[in-house]
Design a protein around this ligand. Sequence first.
Ligand SMILES: *Cc1c(COP(=O)(O)O)cnc(C)c1O
Length: 513
Amino acid sequence: MNNQGRPTRPVETAAWQTKTFTGNRGLDIEEPLLFEIGRPQTSGVDIDEAPDFADRLGAHARRGRIGLPGLSEPETLRHYVRLSRKNYAIDSGLYPLGSCTMKHNPRLNEKMARLPGFADVHPLQPVSTVQGALALVKHLSHALMTMTGMKAVAMTPKAGAHGELCGMMAIKAALMASGEGARKVVLAPESAHGTNPATAALIGMTVRPVAAGAGGMVSAQAVRAALGPDVAAIMLTNPNTCGLFEREIVEIAEAVHEAGAYFYCDGANFNAIVGKAKPGDLGVDAMHINLHKTFSTPHGGGGPGAGPVVLSERLAAFAPVPYVVEREGKLDLVEHAEGQELGRMSAFHGQMGMFVRALSFILSHGADGLRQASEDAVLAANYVRACLIDLMSAPFGDRPCMHEALFDDSWLKDTGVTTLDFAKAMIDEGYHPMTMYFPLVVHGAMLIEPTESESKASLDLFIMTLRDLAMSVQRGEVERFTGAPRLAPRRRLDETRAARAPVLRWTGAADRT
Ligand SMILES: *Cc1c(COP(=O)(O)O)cnc(C)c1O
């Protein structure tokens, strides 16, 4: 080095400066697959050799060993603990995934769900022994109907998408009952979540898209133009996937009803309007509620979830079984209903653990607290929006948003950085990326949903990080983005190949090329 600190000869980088011997990074341990570290002859438990016995399996007897990998107890424990540490979770940091509503799961809910009276009930117990559990289901049903202004609720669907299926099946059953089974078209705006058209297709309907208006909202005029005697229903999300309240929703509902069709509302964004607007007042006939988005139950990798569906008076008779009723002061479950078209959505009675958590959230907040949570979620999203709008472009101008702030990629034009690159650079800064490229109607969309549960300090650090990244784009520091993530356990992955040619079966080291 010279006295200005510049090197005076080429610096040789020793291998240890860029790589570690173990592949570990600090205390972030590189973890191979169980099949790579396990040994078939090892077991975590001592089991006696099986005594001699006469095998009566005949031709069904296994010919060779299965070769399941075995580990000692501490090795097994470490394997799964290390894997769990590779998960990013709302418990480890801000999770700005728009549309998914990753809000804090209060520990009080967990405590309630672990009460033995709730945790240990079995779905096949006699009804007389689970009166408390049924009372809880009834109480939650009542709360959901009150908040939405709807007449009935089906508690058994297991997620939002399953709730959509339930609501649309109820609509189909109602149409069949009134001799209008020929209505086979479902209207869905282009900004809809993919589950909406998928649900329509699953029940044998065809989807007629409704173009989104210039302001990111669906106009009553566009809906009227798409309506006809063949239309069964419209599936509309409100607030919509652009984070905007559909201003013409009442007019849309009236037009849909006049045309003899039903109004299915995708209620995934209900968390923005709880205590402020009731879907029943807006003319909705059916709407699912994602308990994991609005009422803070955990999002578990695909389950166990709960997506109750509230129904209007017109659809109440078409709700699936089972449901809770009161008879002579005792609660009972209706498992079969005469003339009921829909049948049941799932085995048993719904996702008890999620019901307890959601009711715990509702009761601990109270009506005023729930309204405040909606207001805070909207305030947080607008704060993020206002603090980034000078650097990042938003597709729908300067209008305030609901609970999520939507940006597009026009500010990245000609910079050599894409939405994906920007999201990967967030990982290096310790943030899970926002929702990318959704909704599809916005080019290079970045959908940020901070939720009500982040503090101002946490939002400020997030905003400052995004501002730092955005200014880095402006300075032309392209490699910070195209080379990201640099600091994650894995670098940039070939996501297209992972999606198109997934390796789902371990057949040995050859798979690792
Ligand atoms: C999350 C979501 C769904 C699907 O809900 P799941 O509970 O994930 O099945 C449907 N529509 C919208 C707008 C969503 O955000």
